[in-house]
Design a protein around this ligand. Structure first.
Ligand code: 5AD
Ligand code: FES
Length: 370
């Protein structure tokens, strides 16, 4: 009994910290039962005191699934010939952006497979300008189009993008190499350089990883959180890894923990990250919802403050399946919106309509520099 009380006390103390050793993070990621609930209670309190109870919507437009890369985990990898490739028309993309603007989402995320041809770079550049024009400069734009040169990043920033999401996928170089082909375009260092370029250009930078990959350990995940803290990101999107039949990584399916465990681990990662980086924006990844129908709302409860409702034209959604069981394949934007509204208010949070909801961390980082 005495031992138990002492243990509880030290967990209480641990939960009050903002920085943790690798061992401490592993301990937090291993919590179960009542102790896990305490972690979640603490991360919710930190969220409410540091970023408030507002959830910001970013309308997600998956505008193309054409990808030059061949990541071993991803359903739209270039070698997957089962996927019908598409590039939405400018009008479709602008319509989706207009929907976001008219519904006071205040931001869109333009996401695609990775291409770096001049035609692709020009097209994105042109779309950025058009989206800015249709919203009188008011709609915020996040890009998620993979690794590009610093020049391209700068050009897109100048044309209106102000946030960029580029997940590191895993901060463990040897694990990164196991889940990517071994060639020049899939180098770990290249990914790190791209994150540095984004930072130098002045973007609000987002990164993140997949949780529950084959070969990944709790120590790797602890290192992932320490990595995010070290590179001082402004935004994070991380979610469970979900296997996909038509990818090489399916070979290691037998090594995976059950989906429910990966889900649980993803929630704990979000909670611990909220303790470590209290004022960043954390997205409730769509992959959470692929495992649990109310997965994103659960993430919001315990620390996330951004949700990305899908605004991709319905005709393309089936072809943007990065993983199995991807949700909302047939719900149009309007349906997605009302469904989310109801669920968010049930959990005591509020939607930050009409506000950019920029990362407070980014503002603090910029002010420090002045
Ligand atoms: N399971 C979960 N997430 C995935 N992603 C790609 N493939 C999968 C998968 N099988 C994530 C990657 C990528 C983001 C756009 O989608 O982290 O950065
Ligand atoms: Fe497209 Fe990884 S498969 S970027």
């Amino acid at each position: 009994m005495y031992v138990k009380i002492r243990f509880m006390k030290s967990l209480q103390k641990l939960l009050m910290q903002e920085s943790f050793s690798r061992e401490e993070i592993v301990r937090l990621l291993s919590l179960e039962g009542e102790e896990k609930k305490e972690l979640f209670l603490r991360s919710r309190t930190v969220k409410l005191t540091r970023v408030g109870n507002k959830v910001y919507f970013r309308g997600l437009i998956e505008f193309s699934n054409i990808c030059a890369k061949d990541c071993l985990y991803c359903g739209i990898r270039s070698s997957n010939t089962k996927v019908v490739r598409y590039f939405a028309t400018d009008d479709q993309i602008l319509d989706a952006a207009r929907f976001a603007f008219q519904n006071q989402y205040s931001s869109v995320v333009l996401q695609s497979g990775e291409l770096s041809t001049p035609a692709f770079i020009d097209r994105v550049d042109n779309l950025l300008k058009k989206i800015k024009a249709l919203s009188d400069g008011k709609l915020g734009i996040t890009l998620s189009c993979g690794e590009q040169t610093e020049n391209t990043y700068q050009r897109w920033l100048d044309s209106g993008a102000h946030r960029y999401l580029l997940r590191i996928e895993t901060s463990n170089k040897s694990l990164y190499e196991k889940i990517h082909p071994k060639n020049e375009i899939h180098r770990f260092e290249k990914r790190l350089e791209a994150l540095n370029s984004l930072r130098r250009c002045g973007y609000q930078v987002g990164s993140g990883m997949m949780i529950g990959l084959p070969f990944q350990t709790l120590e790797d995940m602890a290192d992932d959180l320490l990595f995010l803290q070290k590179i001082d990101v402004d935004m994070v999107g991380m979610g469970p890894y979900i296997e996909h039949e038509d990818t090489p990584l399916i070979e290691y399916r037998h090594l995976l923990s059950p989906r429910a465990e990966r889900f649980d681990l993803a929630l704990k990662m979000i909670a611990v990250l909220r303790l470590m980086m209290p004022d960043i924006n954390i997205a409730a990844a769509t992959a959470l919802q692929a495992i649990d129908p109310v997965g994103r709302e659960k993430a919001v409860q315990i620390g996330a403050n951004v949700i990305m409702p899908n605004l991709t034209p319905c005709e393309y959604r089936e072809e943007y399946k990065l993983y199995e069981n991807k949700p909302c394949l047939d719900e149009d934007a309007e349906a997605c919106k009302s469904c989310l509204e109801a669920r968010i208010s049930m959990s005591g949070d509020e939607i930050g309509y009409g506000e950019w909801g920029d990362s407070r961390h980014f503002a603090r980082r910029k002010n420090k520099k002045k």
